[in-house]
Design a protein around this ligand. Structure first.
Ligand code: TRP
Length: 333
Protein backbone atom coordinates (compact mmCIF):
# COMPACT_ATOMS: atom_id res chain seq x y z
CA UNK A 1 0.00 0.00 0.00
CA UNK A 2 2.90 2.37 0.80
CA UNK A 3 5.52 0.58 -1.26
CA UNK A 4 6.37 3.49 -3.55
CA UNK A 5 5.60 6.26 -1.09
CA UNK A 6 7.49 8.56 1.21
CA UNK A 7 6.18 8.49 4.75
CA UNK A 8 7.31 11.29 7.03
CA UNK A 9 6.78 12.04 10.64
CA UNK A 10 8.20 14.53 13.12
CA UNK A 11 8.59 14.00 16.82
CA UNK A 12 9.00 16.65 19.42
CA UNK A 13 11.83 16.04 21.85
CA UNK A 14 9.78 15.23 24.90
CA UNK A 15 12.18 12.95 26.72
CA UNK A 16 11.74 9.39 27.84
CA UNK A 17 8.53 7.76 26.69
CA UNK A 18 6.07 5.82 28.83
CA UNK A 19 4.50 2.56 27.70
CA UNK A 20 1.52 4.46 26.25
CA UNK A 21 3.82 6.38 23.89
CA UNK A 22 5.84 3.30 23.13
CA UNK A 23 3.12 0.73 22.36
CA UNK A 24 0.50 3.25 21.22
CA UNK A 25 2.57 5.54 18.98
CA UNK A 26 6.28 4.88 18.55
CA UNK A 27 6.19 1.21 17.61
CA UNK A 28 3.21 1.52 15.23
CA UNK A 29 4.76 4.59 13.55
CA UNK A 30 7.98 2.73 12.85
CA UNK A 31 6.07 -0.31 11.60
CA UNK A 32 4.11 1.86 9.19
CA UNK A 33 7.22 3.75 8.10
CA UNK A 34 8.91 0.49 7.23
CA UNK A 35 6.22 -0.26 4.66
CA UNK A 36 7.25 2.81 2.68
CA UNK A 37 9.92 3.24 0.08
CA UNK A 38 11.41 6.11 2.07
CA UNK A 39 10.75 6.70 5.74
CA UNK A 40 11.68 10.11 7.13
CA UNK A 41 11.60 10.50 10.86
CA UNK A 42 12.98 13.68 12.32
CA UNK A 43 13.37 15.32 15.68
CA UNK A 44 11.47 18.60 15.59
CA UNK A 45 13.93 20.73 17.55
CA UNK A 46 12.92 24.04 15.95
CA UNK A 47 9.37 23.33 17.08
CA UNK A 48 10.68 22.55 20.54
CA UNK A 49 12.29 25.94 21.18
CA UNK A 50 8.85 27.52 21.06
CA UNK A 51 8.24 26.07 24.48
CA UNK A 52 11.66 24.96 25.72
CA UNK A 53 14.27 27.62 26.28
CA UNK A 54 16.80 25.77 28.41
CA UNK A 55 19.50 24.35 26.10
CA UNK A 56 20.61 21.73 28.60
CA UNK A 57 17.10 20.40 28.99
CA UNK A 58 16.56 20.54 25.23
CA UNK A 59 19.71 18.52 24.56
CA UNK A 60 18.74 16.00 27.22
CA UNK A 61 15.33 15.50 25.64
CA UNK A 62 16.78 15.25 22.13
CA UNK A 63 19.19 12.61 23.36
CA UNK A 64 16.45 10.60 25.04
CA UNK A 65 14.13 10.75 22.05
CA UNK A 66 16.92 9.83 19.60
CA UNK A 67 17.92 6.82 21.72
CA UNK A 68 14.27 5.85 22.11
CA UNK A 69 13.67 5.66 18.36
CA UNK A 70 16.88 3.77 17.74
CA UNK A 71 15.90 1.31 20.47
CA UNK A 72 12.37 0.97 19.10
CA UNK A 73 13.58 -0.39 15.79
CA UNK A 74 14.35 2.55 13.57
CA UNK A 75 16.89 1.49 10.95
CA UNK A 76 19.35 4.34 10.67
CA UNK A 77 21.04 2.91 7.59
CA UNK A 78 17.92 2.76 5.47
CA UNK A 79 15.56 5.19 7.21
CA UNK A 80 16.08 8.95 7.06
CA UNK A 81 16.57 9.91 10.67
CA UNK A 82 17.63 13.50 11.28
CA UNK A 83 17.37 16.64 13.33
CA UNK A 84 15.20 19.32 11.80
CA UNK A 85 17.83 21.97 12.60
CA UNK A 86 20.43 20.14 10.50
CA UNK A 87 18.42 20.98 7.38
CA UNK A 88 18.34 24.78 7.19
CA UNK A 89 16.53 24.73 3.84
CA UNK A 90 13.40 23.82 5.80
CA UNK A 91 13.52 27.26 7.39
CA UNK A 92 14.02 28.98 4.03
CA UNK A 93 11.07 27.06 2.64
CA UNK A 94 9.05 28.16 5.67
CA UNK A 95 9.72 31.79 4.79
CA UNK A 96 8.54 31.20 1.25
CA UNK A 97 5.42 29.42 2.46
CA UNK A 98 4.55 32.37 4.71
CA UNK A 99 3.86 34.36 1.55
CA UNK A 100 1.15 31.84 0.64
CA UNK A 101 -0.27 31.23 4.10
CA UNK A 102 -3.43 33.15 4.94
CA UNK A 103 -3.20 34.50 8.47
CA UNK A 104 -6.64 33.01 9.08
CA UNK A 105 -5.13 29.51 8.85
CA UNK A 106 -2.94 30.26 11.82
CA UNK A 107 -5.83 31.78 13.78
CA UNK A 108 -7.71 28.53 13.31
CA UNK A 109 -4.85 26.22 14.27
CA UNK A 110 -5.76 23.99 17.21
CA UNK A 111 -2.52 24.50 19.11
CA UNK A 112 -2.91 28.27 19.03
CA UNK A 113 -6.65 28.21 19.69
CA UNK A 114 -6.18 25.93 22.67
CA UNK A 115 -3.74 28.45 24.14
CA UNK A 116 -6.12 31.34 23.62
CA UNK A 117 -8.99 29.41 25.18
CA UNK A 118 -6.87 28.53 28.18
CA UNK A 119 -5.87 32.17 28.58
CA UNK A 120 -9.44 33.43 28.37
CA UNK A 121 -10.62 30.81 30.85
CA UNK A 122 -7.99 32.12 33.25
CA UNK A 123 -8.97 35.75 32.61
CA UNK A 124 -5.68 36.50 30.90
CA UNK A 125 -5.21 38.43 27.64
CA UNK A 126 -5.97 36.13 24.67
CA UNK A 127 -2.40 36.02 23.40
CA UNK A 128 -0.68 35.78 26.76
CA UNK A 129 2.48 33.69 26.45
CA UNK A 130 1.89 33.05 22.73
CA UNK A 131 5.06 33.53 20.71
CA UNK A 132 5.22 33.74 16.94
CA UNK A 133 6.81 30.31 16.80
CA UNK A 134 3.72 28.78 18.32
CA UNK A 135 1.38 30.97 16.29
CA UNK A 136 2.97 30.10 12.94
CA UNK A 137 4.00 26.56 13.71
CA UNK A 138 1.69 24.92 11.16
CA UNK A 139 3.69 26.70 8.45
CA UNK A 140 6.99 25.31 9.71
CA UNK A 141 5.31 21.92 9.93
CA UNK A 142 4.13 22.35 6.34
CA UNK A 143 7.72 23.03 5.32
CA UNK A 144 8.90 19.92 7.21
CA UNK A 145 6.48 17.90 5.13
CA UNK A 146 6.69 19.62 1.74
CA UNK A 147 10.49 19.93 1.71
CA UNK A 148 10.79 16.15 1.54
CA UNK A 149 8.24 15.41 -1.22
CA UNK A 150 6.20 13.54 1.35
CA UNK A 151 3.24 11.42 0.25
CA UNK A 152 1.92 10.30 3.60
CA UNK A 153 2.02 11.68 7.13
CA UNK A 154 0.87 9.28 9.83
CA UNK A 155 -0.79 11.35 12.52
CA UNK A 156 -2.79 11.28 15.70
CA UNK A 157 -6.16 13.01 15.48
CA UNK A 158 -4.74 16.25 16.89
CA UNK A 159 -2.41 16.65 13.92
CA UNK A 160 -4.87 16.09 11.05
CA UNK A 161 -5.58 19.78 10.75
CA UNK A 162 -1.90 20.59 10.38
CA UNK A 163 -1.47 18.20 7.48
CA UNK A 164 -4.54 19.72 5.87
CA UNK A 165 -2.97 23.15 6.25
CA UNK A 166 0.22 21.85 4.61
CA UNK A 167 -1.85 20.48 1.77
CA UNK A 168 -3.76 23.72 1.35
CA UNK A 169 -0.58 25.81 1.32
CA UNK A 170 1.02 23.48 -1.24
CA UNK A 171 -2.14 23.65 -3.32
CA UNK A 172 -2.06 27.46 -3.22
CA UNK A 173 1.58 27.57 -4.39
CA UNK A 174 0.93 25.09 -7.19
CA UNK A 175 -2.22 26.90 -8.31
CA UNK A 176 -0.49 30.24 -8.38
CA UNK A 177 2.25 29.05 -10.74
CA UNK A 178 0.12 26.44 -12.42
CA UNK A 179 2.62 23.66 -11.89
CA UNK A 180 3.32 20.95 -9.37
CA UNK A 181 6.08 22.61 -7.40
CA UNK A 182 5.07 20.88 -4.19
CA UNK A 183 3.71 17.42 -3.66
CA UNK A 184 0.34 17.38 -1.89
CA UNK A 185 0.63 15.26 1.26
CA UNK A 186 -2.05 13.07 2.74
CA UNK A 187 -2.49 12.03 6.33
CA UNK A 188 -3.30 8.59 7.60
CA UNK A 189 -4.58 7.97 11.06
CA UNK A 190 -3.69 4.66 12.56
CA UNK A 191 -7.13 3.85 13.99
CA UNK A 192 -6.32 0.25 14.73
CA UNK A 193 -3.71 1.45 17.19
CA UNK A 194 -4.61 1.19 20.83
CA UNK A 195 -4.81 4.19 23.11
CA UNK A 196 -3.38 2.86 26.34
CA UNK A 197 -5.21 3.85 29.48
CA UNK A 198 -3.11 5.07 32.38
CA UNK A 199 -3.12 3.70 35.90
CA UNK A 200 -6.26 5.74 36.71
CA UNK A 201 -8.15 4.61 33.60
CA UNK A 202 -7.87 7.92 31.72
CA UNK A 203 -5.65 8.12 28.66
CA UNK A 204 -2.03 7.53 29.70
CA UNK A 205 -0.40 10.94 29.77
CA UNK A 206 2.33 12.67 31.71
CA UNK A 207 -0.03 15.54 32.44
CA UNK A 208 -2.41 13.16 34.26
CA UNK A 209 0.39 11.64 36.30
CA UNK A 210 -0.86 8.15 35.48
CA UNK A 211 1.99 6.78 33.38
CA UNK A 212 3.97 3.58 33.54
CA UNK A 213 7.53 4.39 32.49
CA UNK A 214 9.77 2.11 30.43
CA UNK A 215 13.30 3.34 30.81
CA UNK A 216 13.43 3.36 34.60
CA UNK A 217 14.50 0.90 37.23
CA UNK A 218 12.30 -2.10 37.74
CA UNK A 219 11.33 -0.75 41.16
CA UNK A 220 9.92 2.43 39.65
CA UNK A 221 8.01 0.51 37.00
CA UNK A 222 6.65 -1.87 39.61
CA UNK A 223 5.47 1.00 41.79
CA UNK A 224 3.60 2.52 38.83
CA UNK A 225 2.00 -0.80 37.88
CA UNK A 226 0.87 -1.50 41.43
CA UNK A 227 -0.63 1.99 41.70
CA UNK A 228 -3.21 1.04 39.05
CA UNK A 229 -6.70 1.67 40.37
CA UNK A 230 -8.84 -1.36 41.23
CA UNK A 231 -12.15 -1.76 43.01
CA UNK A 232 -12.69 -3.81 46.14
CA UNK A 233 -14.29 -6.91 44.62
CA UNK A 234 -12.95 -10.13 46.17
CA UNK A 235 -11.03 -12.61 44.02
CA UNK A 236 -13.90 -15.05 43.64
CA UNK A 237 -16.37 -12.49 42.33
CA UNK A 238 -16.58 -12.78 38.53
CA UNK A 239 -15.41 -9.58 36.83
CA UNK A 240 -15.86 -8.11 33.42
CA UNK A 241 -12.29 -7.73 32.12
CA UNK A 242 -13.19 -4.52 30.32
CA UNK A 243 -13.92 -2.90 33.68
CA UNK A 244 -10.45 -3.73 34.95
CA UNK A 245 -7.85 -1.08 34.16
CA UNK A 246 -4.93 -3.48 34.53
CA UNK A 247 -6.49 -5.74 31.92
CA UNK A 248 -7.16 -2.84 29.56
CA UNK A 249 -3.49 -1.90 29.66
CA UNK A 250 -2.37 -5.52 29.41
CA UNK A 251 -4.41 -6.32 26.33
CA UNK A 252 -2.71 -3.56 24.32
CA UNK A 253 0.58 -5.39 24.07
CA UNK A 254 0.74 -8.71 25.96
CA UNK A 255 0.79 -11.91 23.85
CA UNK A 256 -2.74 -12.93 22.79
CA UNK A 257 -2.84 -16.19 24.77
CA UNK A 258 -1.80 -14.38 27.96
CA UNK A 259 -4.49 -11.76 27.37
CA UNK A 260 -7.09 -14.52 26.97
CA UNK A 261 -5.81 -16.16 30.13
CA UNK A 262 -6.21 -12.95 32.14
CA UNK A 263 -9.68 -12.33 30.72
CA UNK A 264 -10.81 -15.84 31.60
CA UNK A 265 -9.32 -15.69 35.10
CA UNK A 266 -11.16 -12.45 35.80
CA UNK A 267 -14.45 -13.67 34.37
CA UNK A 268 -14.33 -16.88 36.36
CA UNK A 269 -13.30 -15.20 39.60
CA UNK A 270 -10.01 -17.07 39.72
CA UNK A 271 -7.65 -14.15 39.43
CA UNK A 272 -7.15 -11.42 42.03
CA UNK A 273 -5.98 -7.94 41.25
CA UNK A 274 -2.57 -8.56 42.78
CA UNK A 275 -2.09 -11.40 40.40
CA UNK A 276 -3.14 -9.36 37.36
CA UNK A 277 -0.69 -6.65 38.35
CA UNK A 278 2.12 -9.18 38.62
CA UNK A 279 1.19 -10.41 35.14
CA UNK A 280 1.18 -6.85 33.80
CA UNK A 281 4.57 -6.08 35.31
CA UNK A 282 5.95 -9.28 33.88
CA UNK A 283 4.66 -8.50 30.40
CA UNK A 284 6.08 -4.98 30.48
CA UNK A 285 9.48 -6.23 31.55
CA UNK A 286 9.46 -8.98 28.94
CA UNK A 287 8.26 -6.85 26.06
CA UNK A 288 10.69 -4.03 26.79
CA UNK A 289 13.81 -5.87 27.93
CA UNK A 290 15.59 -5.69 24.61
CA UNK A 291 14.45 -2.18 23.83
CA UNK A 292 15.78 -1.08 27.16
CA UNK A 293 19.15 -2.68 26.51
CA UNK A 294 19.51 -0.93 23.17
CA UNK A 295 18.33 2.33 24.74
CA UNK A 296 20.93 2.07 27.49
CA UNK A 297 23.57 1.27 24.90
CA UNK A 298 22.87 4.41 22.87
CA UNK A 299 22.55 6.56 25.97
CA UNK A 300 26.07 5.41 26.87
CA UNK A 301 27.34 5.74 23.27
CA UNK A 302 25.48 8.84 22.22
CA UNK A 303 28.17 9.79 19.72
CA UNK A 304 27.02 6.79 17.64
CA UNK A 305 23.45 8.03 17.71
CA UNK A 306 24.63 11.51 16.71
CA UNK A 307 26.56 9.95 13.85
CA UNK A 308 23.34 8.36 12.60
CA UNK A 309 21.54 11.70 12.85
CA UNK A 310 24.26 13.42 10.85
CA UNK A 311 24.21 10.71 8.17
CA UNK A 312 20.43 10.96 8.08
CA UNK A 313 20.60 14.72 7.56
CA UNK A 314 23.12 14.24 4.76
CA UNK A 315 20.71 11.84 3.02
CA UNK A 316 17.59 13.94 3.57
CA UNK A 317 19.04 17.38 2.89
CA UNK A 318 19.27 17.03 -0.92
CA UNK A 319 15.49 16.62 -1.05
CA UNK A 320 15.00 19.91 0.77
CA UNK A 321 17.65 21.57 -1.38
CA UNK A 322 15.87 20.47 -4.54
CA UNK A 323 12.49 21.65 -3.27
CA UNK A 324 13.95 25.01 -2.31
CA UNK A 325 15.68 25.34 -5.65
CA UNK A 326 12.44 24.60 -7.50
CA UNK A 327 10.62 27.21 -5.48
CA UNK A 328 13.30 29.88 -5.84
CA UNK A 329 13.65 29.38 -9.57
CA UNK A 330 9.94 29.84 -10.01
CA UNK A 331 9.38 32.61 -7.51
CA UNK A 332 12.40 34.75 -8.20
CA UNK A 333 12.61 33.97 -11.90
N1 TRP B 1 3.47 18.88 15.37
C1 TRP B 1 3.82 17.51 15.61
C2 TRP B 1 3.46 17.15 17.06
O1 TRP B 1 3.13 18.01 17.83
C3 TRP B 1 5.29 17.27 15.38
C4 TRP B 1 5.68 17.59 13.97
C5 TRP B 1 6.42 18.64 13.55
C6 TRP B 1 5.31 16.84 12.83
N2 TRP B 1 6.56 18.60 12.20
C7 TRP B 1 5.89 17.51 11.70
C8 TRP B 1 4.55 15.67 12.62
C9 TRP B 1 5.71 17.05 10.41
C10 TRP B 1 4.37 15.21 11.30
C11 TRP B 1 4.96 15.90 10.22
O2 TRP B 1 3.50 16.00 17.42
Amino acid sequence: MFANKCILTGVKPTGKPHIGNYFGAIKPAIAMGHQAQRFNLFIADYHAINFMKDPELLQKEIKEIACTYLAAGLKPETDYFYRQSDIPEINEITTILYAFTPKGFMNKSHAYKACVERNLAENKPADDGVNMGLYTYPTLMAADILAMDTDIVPVGKDQIQHVEIARDIAGAVNAYYDKELLKLPEYVTADNVAVLPGTDGRKMSKSYNNVIPIFEDEKVIKKAVYSAVTDSKPIEEPKNPDDVIVYQIYKCFAPAEKVAEMAQGLREGKLGYGHTKAMLLDAILNETREVKEVYDYYMAHYDEACGFLEDGAAKARPYAQKTLQRLKETLFG
